[in-house]
Design a protein around this ligand. Structure first.
Ligand code: ATP
Length: 324
């Protein structure tokens, strides 16, 4: 193998740049040439490629976002689109592809790889941490820390003014961020898609709490459940207490990656290049415990998430025990 390409796809996540840096520098260390694809699969189909050198990735380890840009690409959902992408790679003498992204990007990478017999390795990067076969995806630790620091600030007002606050955090299908900031931020309740929630019961607890002298509440809601305003007005309706709402939104995606995300991105970036060199394909590099593991891309995208659900239920019950 002489030449490889890499791209970032789907939602951006802090630490993607650290992964790009690690891929480029490891590849050059192993005497490979590296090509960056701009705007994910969109750039594969256009094509929009740039050469990456040692200095192309200087000073990006601490930058959020992705220097390669990211996009969503409809044409890539078709076999013809994926075939066109592989044709562009082969025309440039590229013999392997590294895809940094989430579930959707990995499923697309799996199809590209198997339909066209083209070597592909995935690096998990998504703030939702919803990929199977890795304990963490790049960006999730930073997103949790960013949301947590916002919640700490909100708590100052909540406790000074004795208010009820509903804080909406990112997470469409999973409540990874919500549960972690709920526990780490000492929230009174967390509403997430993967555990059952009962707003009326929560309102009864708020009324009971007020009777016993508990005057301030923070309720974290994952965006996949409902909007923060919607939940706040339901609480006002059921309890009669003034309730404020706030949506943290895109600030959770941005910012400098934490040490944990930089280290993870650097390790996974290196392993992805070496996996391609060993002839691996259609796999993702992940971390389980402290060990780097290779798992099938189809497994990484699987819906079955027993282990993660068990952990999420444990975290939820701890939030409730500690909130009393
Ligand atoms: P995140 O969850 O962080 O947003 P993601 O990788 O899951 O990241 P998606 O928007 O689901 O983001 O996917 C990114 C791109 O991957 C899509 O725009 C599309 O080009 C490709 N893709 C997604 N799903 C498929 C699929 N089933 N078949 C082929 N390509 C796909």
């Amino acid at each position: 193998m002489r030449r490889i390409a890499l791209l970032t796809s789907g939602g951006d996540a802090p630490g993607m740049n650290a992964a790009i840096r690690a891929v480029v520098r490891t590849a050059i260390y192993h005497h490979l040439e590296v090509v960056g694809v701009i705007r994910g699969y969109q750039g594969l189909l256009k094509p929009d490629f740039i050469s990456l050198h040692l200095r192309s990735v200087s000073n990006i380890i601490g930058q959020g976002g992705t220097i390669l840009k990211t996009a969503r690409c409809k044409e890539f959902f078709t076999p013809e689109g994926r075939e066109k992408g592989v044709k562009h790679l082969r025309e440039q003498g590229i013999e392997g592809l590294i895809v940094i992204g989430g579930n959707g990007s990995f499923y697309g990478a799996h199809l590209l790889s198997t339909e066209n017999r083209f070597p592909v390795i995935g690096i998990p990067a998504t703030i939702d941490n919803d990929i199977i076969g890795t304990d963490f995806s790049i960006g999730s630790d930073t997103a949790v820390n960013t949301a947590l620091s916002a919640i700490d600030k909100i708590r100052d007002t909540v406790s000074s003014m004795e208010r009820i606050f509903v804080v909406e955090v990112m997470g469409r299908k999973e409540g990874y961020i919500a549960l972690r900031v709920g526990l780490g931020g000492g929230a009174e309740d967390v509403l997430v898609p993967q555990t059952e929630y009962d707003i009326e019961r929560m309102c009864e607890e708020i009324k009971e709490g007020r009777r016993k002298g508990k005057l301030s509440w923070i309720i974290i809601v994952s965006e996949g459940v409902a909007g923060s305003r919607e939940v706040a007005s339901l609480i006002e309706e059921f309890t009669g207490f003034e309730t404020r709402s706030i949506t943290l939104g895109h600030i959770q995606r941005g910012g400098s990656p934490t040490a944990m995300d930089r280290i993870l991105a650097s390790r996974l970036g290196k392993e992805a290049v070496e996996a391609l060199l060993k002839g691996e394909t259609d796999k993702m590099v992940g971390i389980v415990g402290e060990k780097i593991k290779l798992v099938e891309l189809t497994y990484a995208c699987a819906k079955e998430r027993k282990e993660k659900s068990r952990r999420d239920r444990e975290i939820y019950s701890l939030v409730k025990i500690l909130a009393t």
